[in-house]
Design a protein around this ligand. Structure first.
Ligand code: NDP
Length: 477
């Protein structure tokens, strides 16, 4: 197991990217003829193969990311398993042709809505969950009848190539249905150009570029961008659970989760008790060895970015407990607790993406809600209270696509829940019925049944007698 990051995988020659795009396009033409139940059967077999080979996949993920085996299995393969279970069981309900309403005088006609595949879906993914995000998005895209051109982060391309190889080896899908395009930003641009819809996960800056490029070609783009999860801890919160959630929510995946807890607002009366519990839990985390709770950073510049936020907090008067660089070359740092955090500090406003728990004391819950809503982000947020009614009411005031009530952020694993952000955190949703439907196009069907060879009365010629009758039927009288 390598200690530090592996060298990134750079661009393949343009002609190879073009060949992969053509293979995906050809496969899309074949796959679109498969019925929903045929797709379900094939993709069930694909998942069985991926699951059976997961030790091999875990080794690649660990090599690229430095996660412990437990964390890689629980955060990458665990949610994938639940997503597969949900979507295989519900694909037919969501995607099959469904009858549509008609007025009574259309009783000789049938209306229905079909969900057609879009063609090729461009899936562009970041480095933080190199198996889960590429697999989950590709799986849903293929279930909806599409081919996939997958552009992984250059830092985690090996995992995507392992996935491509494992899927292809099943022989259950048309050749090239899942095609990986390795490379940097330019490869991502090529994927936008070669696909019919883009499903992008990454930073706001890149997301904006991707959306502009897609829009200039009149292609839709679903964007899952960064977050700044505010956790609001009320005076009556279940403190043990809240403290454990703050630590797990902020430090799981070494803090590199878009829905991870990024700032905590605590009502004054329980601030000290909450902080004591968080502090004890942070101190108990293992930062070394194969079973470390806190892994390394995946993207090398991330260590300095997080340290810069801690320096900024210190310089503005916060107390930072922990947070030392443990191994610069190995990209490891100790988890940090930031006390006395204030909104002037970058650690409270900019995405941290590191194992940091900044805590700010607030007077009242409403103040916390206003602070939570004050920034540009709107992905995850949570409210913690023993009074579920109060917590539910406050959660409706949060400008976030995903809210937890005494829950940090496990939403992604539940295929039944639409996942995505508001404000600068994204556009559109993945998962849920609407997420799967977004990967299709609606085709409206109207079929005339009988009498087979007679015109409809509202066709030519227009006549006063017919118009009078139609006026009544149409409710215009
Ligand atoms: P980036 O935005 O830098 O990159 C995302 C992907 O886009 C990478 O594959 C990248 O390639 C590619 N890319 C870069 N430039 C272009 C371009 N011009 N056109 C098309 N594609 C391009 O994000 P990171 O990889 O740094 O990931 C971290 C970010 O992702 C964080 O902000 C995090 O919050 C967010 N994220 C959001 C999630 C969500 O669901 N909302 C989930 C996980 C992460 P390359 O890396 O090779 O440059």
């Amino acid at each position: 197991m390598s200690e530090g990051p592996l060298a990134p995988v750079w661009d393949v020659p343009p002609e190879e990217s073009a060949a992969r795009a053509s293979a995906a396009r050809r496969a899309a033409h074949v796959w679109r003829r498969a019925s929903v139940s045929q797709r379900v059967a094939a993709l069930r077999g694909v998942w069985e193969a991926v699951r059976a080979k997961r030790e091999e996949g875990l080794a690649v993920v660990r090599e690229e990311t430095g996660k412990s085996r437990d964390e890689a299995e629980i955060l990458e393969f665990g949610p994938a398993s639940l997503l597969v279970r949900y979507f295989l069981a519900n694909a037919s309900r969501i995607l099959d042709e469904r009858p549509a309403w008609t007025p009574w005088f259309f009783l000789n006609k049938r209306a229905a809505v079909r969900r057609l595949p879009r063609g090729v879906i461009g899936v562009i993914t970041p480095w933080n969950l190199p198996f889960l995000i590429p697999f989950g998005d590709s799986f849903c895209a293929m279930l909806a009848g599409n081919a996939v051109l997958l552009k992984p982060s250059e830092w985690t391309t090996r995992t995507a190539l392992w996935l491509e190889k494992t899927v292809a080896a099943t022989g259950l899908l048309p050749e090239g249905l899942l095609s990986v395009v390795p490379g940097r930003g330019g490869a991502g641009e090529g994927v936008v150009d070669a696909s019919d819809l883009v499903l992008f996960t990454g930073s706001l800056a890149t997301g904006r570029r991707v959306a502009q490029r897609a829009a200039s070609q009149l292609k839709p783009a679903i964007l899952e961008l960064g977050g700044k999860h505010p956790m609001i801890v009320l005076a009556d919160a279940p403190l043990e659970r809240a403290a454990a959630a703050a630590v797990w929510g902020a430090c799981a995946n070494a803090g590199q989760l878009c829905v991870g807890v990024e700032r905590v607002y605590v009502e004054s009366s329980v601030h000290d008790a909450f902080v004591a519990k968080v502090r004890a839990r942070l101190a108990a985390l293992r930062t070394d060895g194969p079973n470390a709770d806190i892994g390394r950073f995946i993207f090398p510049p991330q260590l300095d970015r997080v340290q810069k936020q801690l320096d900024d907090a210190r310089s503005k008067g916060a107390e930072v407990i922990g947070g030392e660089v443990l191994d610069r070359a190995g990209l490891r740092m100790a988890p940090a607790l930031v006390l006395g955090a204030r909104m002037e500090m970058s650690v409270m406003t900019e995405e941290t993406f590191g194992p940091v728990v900044p805590v700010m004391r607030v007077g009242r819950a409403e103040e916390a809600v206003a602070l939570a809503n004050s920034g540009p982000h709107g992905l995850g947020a949570s409210v913690w209270s023993a009074d579920l009614e109060k917590a539910e009411r406050l959660s409706t005031l949060l400008e976030a696509g995903i809210v937890g009530i005494n829950e940090p952020a496990t939403h992604y694993a539940l295929g039944s829940l639409p996942f995505g952000g508001v404000k600068s955190s994204g556009l559109g949703r993945r998962h849920g019925d609407e997420g799967l439907l977004a990967l299709t196009q609606a085709q409206a069907v109207l079929e005339h049944e009988w009498p087979a060879d007679a015109p409809d009365p509202w066709w030519f010629p227009y006549e006063a007698r017919k118009t009078a009758l139609l006026r009544r039927l149409l409710g215009l009288r």
